[in-house]
Ligand binder design. Sequence first.
Ligand SMILES: [Cu+2]
Length: 292
Amino acid sequence: MKRTNELIVALAVMAVIIVVTWGIYAVGDNMPAGVTPFSKDVYELHNVILAVVTVIGVLVFTAMFTSIVVHRKSKGQEPAQFSHSTGAEVAWTAIPVLILVIMAIPATRVLIDMEDTGNAEINIKVTGYQWLWKYDYIEDDVSIYSMLDRASNQARQIGSGIDVRSVENYLLEVDNRLVLPTDTKIRFLLTSDDVIHSWWVPALGWKRDAVPGMVNEAWALIEEEGVYRGQCAELCGKDHGFMPIVVEAVSPEDYQRWVEDRKAQTAAGEMESAESARATAARRVPVSDDRG
Ligand SMILES: [Cu+2]
């Protein structure tokens, strides 16, 4: 009779825990899988470890609640009197070690992959500033500054009177997006000019600190075209929440066109500033002559 009770309670507890866990898993939408092979590895790793901890949780809580219900004092249960069990100690040491080893094998594989920044086709230097980002396309000699877009910036001011819900991608849009090609191994070199920032676009599967005086590395190979948003993930100052990151992944052909366009703009800008410098110099000449 006692064994039957125990079994019924154990099954009931286990059923409740499984249903609740499954519900959380199904409704919670888990975490995004991202758009790089690495982010997908991280996603799968997360699922495997979530499954392991779920099984452990179900077993432990089932044993615990079954003991509480079936072996309670009011039912006249006598506690066991032994004080040492070598068998139990070996088991509760060996089993967790085994579980940790099982989890460490795929985790180590992903970590090694994460550090492998070799064979990159393009290099992007990311510099954090209070409170904007600078991107240098090293091979192409193109640099852009990327800061919070005007609409978000106006809406965020105290007393602006603008309903922030009316601003599209509020606090998640920038003036100049980081344009990157798909299907290309991109190496990121991250640093900072003032305080510690952290560059984080969840769809790429990683987050890296941008530390003054140091260069951190990371890489991505974006498989799908699209716009991926992120933010500075370090408390870098009072406007920390206002330095979003927007990556626009385009086909390699569109990317080449964009780079050519940027180079032309930069050249035009340089011509213009050289022109205005010459004009200023020309205006100054008579003044210096008068003085002379
Ligand atoms: Cu920051």
